[in-house]
Structures are given as structure tokens and as C-alpha cells.
Design a binder for this molecule. Structure first.
Ligand code: MF3
Ligand code: CO
Ligand code: CO
Length: 258
């Protein structure tokens, strides 16, 4: 069953997503060569706390960190540790916060200082795929319309989508119905109704789509060692255009000026 949001619940959901978006923005700007991923996670924890929220990840199925920080060939669920970020690395930052009873979930891959053209193209195509998926989150469309838009853009650019992990409904809990795959799965034929809140999150590999999980039980890496990128927004299906709940004002106003 898909839980539709409205009224006070939707206000709280918007607030939670705004916090998640602002935290991600701050963490993305903080990332620089020489920091350990532990330091980045601690910075994120302080950002979440200062906004009166708490991490939706810490303790989720015993997850041990405040954020997911996935470097280079790490796809998602990377654990913070003593690894130092180096110029040219790419790091996927995933932030989930719990605030006013709801969860906001958002992610972005950023270059550490700068990166090569191949890595930049992977990030660009993944972010474009996210926005094409969001554009398909229209009332009376189906989940597969989102999946198709993402998969088509990724594969026509020569990259591949991860199959084992998918986007999802989000609300009072992190993972609600429906599942939102980044590939067409004909079983995912639910209609999108106004009030549906979903996390759309393409995970894109530069090489083959296959992944494996490291012995830490969490970190997902590409089997072929190729780079991977991840962009995610929590989105509200409305009666018209979708509303990107985790898009901070700062980025919006920057875009308006541009
Ligand atoms: N935020 C991830 C997602 O986008 C879920 C992370 S679960 C955790 O769905 F336990 F790893 F934090
Ligand atoms: Co996430
Ligand atoms: Co998510």
C-alpha cells in the first residue's frame, strides 16, 4: 500500500526533506582532499544535530554511521573510516534525516577537489538521469515510466544501472512502497497519485552493472572495479509538476539567477 501524504503530515515531510537537503549541501561543500571519511561523517553529524534532526541511518539495521560515504568504485552504503580522500576521488554522499516524525533522503556524488573528465561525465549523466526520472513522476504515470527514463538515459550514454538496489517510497519510515527501480521491471506498474512521496535514486556504474558487498557487511562496490555515481532526491507527486522536496533554496536561487 502506498501512503499518500497531505496536510500537516506533508508539511512535516517537507521540513524533514529541507533539512536533509541543507545538510547534504553543507557536507558536499565541506569535502576536500586530506579529510578522512570519518571526519566528513562527523561534520555531517554536527550539521544534522544543529538543525534539531537525527540521522535516519545510524542504527538502521545496525548501520554504524550517520551518513553513507561511498568512494570511487563504492556504489552505496560506504562506511566512514580512516581513509583519506585524495584529489580526483569521487565520493557519493547520502544523507537521511529524521525530523518532525518524517524522513528526508537525498544523495549526490561530488569530486574531491576536482576529477577527470570520465568521472565528471559519469556524475553528469547520473544527475541528468535523476532529473529525467523526476520529470516522469507525473500523476497517472506509472513507476515504470520513471525507471524507463533513467535506464534509457544511462544506457544510451554507455553506462549501466545497478539492479540490486532501488529507489523507494519514503515517509514516516525510510523504505515504504512503492519500490522505484532504475531499470524497467514490468511488475512495477503502480500508478503515481498526488501525495505519493518517493526517493528516486539512480546508482550508475561506468562499467558493468554487477555489484558485490564487502566483508564489512555494508559497503557495496562494483564487481569490475569501475567508478560509480549516485544521485537521489525525495520527490512529491502532485496534481501537476513534481515537487523536489530535498532541493535546498540555495541551489534553487542559484539556478534562477543562471
Ligand atoms: N539512504 C539509503 C537509501 O537511499 C539507505 C541507507 S540505509 C543505511 O535508500 F543503513 F545504509 F543507512
Ligand atoms: Co539515500
Ligand atoms: Co533512498
Amino acid at each position: 500500500m502506498i501512503i499518500l501524504k497531505s496536510g500537516r503530515d506533508l508539511d512535516a515531510m517537507r521540513a524533514a526533506c529541507e533539512v536533509a537537503g541543507a545538510v547534504l549541501e553543507a557536507v558536499a561543500a565541506f569535502v576536500r582532499p586530506g579529510l578522512t571519511t570519518r571526519q566528513v561523517d562527523e561534520f555531517a553529524a554536527a550539521q544534522i544535530k544543529s538543525r534539531g534532526a537525527r540521522s535516519a541511518f545510524l542504527g538502521y539495521r545496525k548501520y554504524p554511521c550517520h551518513t553513507c560515504l561511498s568512494v570511487n568504485d563504492e556504489v552505496v552504503h560506504g562506511l566512514a573510516n580512516e581513509r583519506e580522500l585524495r584529489f580526483g576521488d569521487i565520493v557519493s554522499v547520502d544523507v537521511g534525516v529524521y525530523y518532525r516524525g518524517f524522513i528526508g533522503d537525498t544523495a549526490r556524488t561530488v569530486a574531491v577537489g576536482g576529477c577527470g573528465v570520465a568521472a565528471q561525465r559519469l556524475m553528469d549523466v547520473t544527475e541528468q538521469a535523476l532529473h529525467l526520472g523526476i520529470a516522469a513522476a507525473l500523476p497517472d504515470n506509472r513507476v515504470t515510466d520513471i525507471s524507463r527514463a533513467i535506464q534509457h538515459h544511462v544506457e544510451s550514454n554507455g553506462f549501466s544501472v545497478v539492479r540490486e538496489f532501488v529507489g523507494h517510497g519514503v515517509g514516516r519510515t525510510m523504505h515504504e512502497e512503492p519500490q522505484v527501480p532504475n531499470f524497467v521491471d514490468r511488475k512495477m506498474n503502480q500508478r503515481l497519485r498526488p501525495g505519493t512521496t518517493i526517493a528516486i535514486e539512480p546508482m550508475v556504474n561506468a562499467g558493468r552493472p554487477e555489484v558485490k558487498i564487502l566483508k564489512d557487511g555494508w559497503t557495496v562496490v562494483t564487481q569490475d572495479g569501475s567508478l560509480s555515481a549516485h544521485f537521489e532526491h525525495t520527490v512529491l507527486v502532485t496534481g501537476g509538476e513534481p515537487e523536489i522536496l530535498t532541493w535546498p533554496e540555495t541551489r534553487l536561487s542559484k539556478l534562477k539567477v543562471a
